[in-house]
Design a protein. Structure first.
Length: 149
């Protein structure tokens, strides 16, 4: 059994990161252990997005990378994605992760900017498998950013 840990609400005073559920590994589906989190405003607890942290070294990652962040359309432009990365770093460090790989579409300038804002470095590009959801949406390649914690 994967050793998930309990975490309090993680906050920077503006947004909160709350672990909503843990997802155990299911090797038959290629799923690795992950934390599914909600992002809310600190004062009024309005949900502004979601975050998933996958606990695995880079060479074992699916095409999604270690970290997926989604910010709702109405809440974009506030720097919430970078702030959420700063908060989830505590969970990654608790699992002794030294690096997170973040994958994003080369055309998603906001995601690329977020990676750069948190100090991740562009390590290269990967070609997507025709079986992947991103490939089916029309993506063919993803940027790989490496964030050393």
């Amino acid at each position: 059994m994967f050793p998930f840990r309990s975490f309090p609400v993680l906050t920077d005073g503006e947004i909160d990161l709350v672990v909503a559920k843990t997802c155990p590994p299911t090797p038959e589906n290629g799923m690795i252990p992950s934390y599914a989190c909600k992002l809310t405003t600190h004062t009024d607890k309005v949900t502004v997005g979601d975050l998933t942290l996958r606990i695995a070294p880079g060479e074992q990652l699916p095409e999604d990378g270690n970290l997926s962040v989604f910010i709702k359309m109405d809440n974009r432009g506030n720097g919430y994605a970078a702030k959420a990365c700063g908060l989830v770093k505590k969970i990654a460090e608790a699992h002794r992760m030294e690096r997170l790989d973040l994958h994003c579409s080369p055309g998603n300038t906001a995601a690329c900017r977020t990676c750069e804002k948190i100090g991740a470095q562009l390590a290269g590009m990967i070609d997507l498998s025709p079986d992947s959801a991103a490939y089916k949406r029309g993506e063919r390649r993803l940027c790989v950013y490496r964030w050393y914690l």
